[in-house]
Design a protein around this ligand. Structure first.
Ligand code: AKG
Length: 330
């Protein structure tokens, strides 16, 4: 990562470093993450680590609408909403193409260090040591940190735009669907709310708990067909979903949460007149290495194969969209 553009990104966004986070704050975040499977990261005491809501909105608009639709390598998905309008609904593979996003959340960023501090299950030392080993690849990163951190590399990223009357996401677990690609088996996801998340606009809903592979709720087997069938691989059958206690994550734009790959989650359609945008950044443990480009290469092969099997062209695209929309919760 280019250090000059990184420090520009950091100063314009207000991000500094993780070195000011005290041990108690990290211990509290870790404890809540372990108990509930989800924790809010942008606490008042560490607000300076995060871009402002207005920076996040500007960066989102820049990646969604200001790049060249044909020439860049950002992946875009469109949806025909319940209003019959064709709308951009999802963007992937954009972090590398934007200085602000790269500085904030790429591998080695302060955010990836914080994720390592909070989510690494083996790292119980992080709340007790005073060794300076945080390793954000930046000149502004920790030199006197109170905690030990091994940054989690960024695995993949997604911007869900959820346009007015855009669809929601059926109850599912992320880990089984991400595991299909075969590169890592453990994931955590950071949700960055760009707009306020409300019940009418289809906020995220989760089932809080100490979730892991051995305690996961029952979900559907991998069917190996559409790699974008969110809610297919890892889909939670309706009768099981009905028994779970779903908590809405309502929050202001700019809020940042991290959640475990085994936490059941879902969201409803957006029944308002404005988009509900949120970024989902998935990280893998440091020991699995940098996998992001491999992940996107493998997804491309799987998507191409799925389309070929569907006969290719516009008809296959339409069927793919139909498959994806069929995962919308009833
Ligand atoms: O954007 C949402 O409402 C939920 C997103 C989600 O669950 C997912 O992308 O896996």
């Amino acid at each position: 990562m280019d250090e000059e553009s990184l420090s520009e990104g950091l100063s314009s966004s207000g991000i500094k470093s993780i070195d000011e986070i005290d041990k108690e704050t990290i211990a509290d975040l870790r404890a809540e993450y372990q108990t509930n499977g989800i924790v809010r990261l942008d606490l008042d005491s560490i607000k300076h680590l995060f871009p402002t809501a207005s920076s996040l909105r500007r960066w989102t608009e820049e990646v969604a609408y200001e790049s060249d639709l044909k020439k860049d390598d950002v992946l875009r998905t469109f949806e025909t909403t319940a209003a019959g309008l064709r709308k951009l609904t999802r963007l992937e593979h954009f972090v590398h193409s934007h200085d602000g996003w790269r500085s904030f959340c790429d591998s080695g960023s302060p955010l990836s260090c914080l994720v390592g501090l909070v989510c690494n299950p083996g790292d119980s030392s992080s709340s007790t040591t005073s060794t300076a080993t945080a390793t954000a690849t930046t000149t502004t990163a920790a030199t006197t940190t109170a905690a030990t951190s091994v940054p989690y590399p960024l695995y993949k990223e997604k911007l869900n735009l959820k346009p007015p009357l855009g669809s929601g996401f059926a109850p599912h677990l992320d880990a089984p669907s991400l595991k299909v690609v075969g590169l890592s088996s453990s994931f955590v996801t950071v949700m960055v709310a760009i707009d306020d998340m409300t019940i009418p606009n289809g906020c995220l809903r989760v089932v809080r708990g100490n979730w892991g592979e051995s305690s996961a709720v029952e979900c559907e087997e991998v069917n190996g067909s559409n790699p974008d069938g969110d809610g297919r691989r890892g889909a939670i059958p309706q009768n099981i979903a009905d028994e779970l206690q779903w908590d809405p994550i309502t929050c202001k734009g700019g809020s940042v949460y991290v959640f475990n790959g085994w936490i059941p989650h879902r969201s409803a359609a957006n029944n308002t007149s404005f988009s509900r945008r949120a970024i989902f950044l998935t990280y893998n443990p440091a020991e699995d290495g940098e996998l992001r480009e491999l992940y996107y290469d493998r997804m491309k092969s799987m998507r191409d194969e799925y389309k070929r099997n569907r006969g290719g062209g516009a008809a296959a695209d339409a069927l793919e969209e139909e498959d994806w929309l069929s995962t919308v919760p009833s």
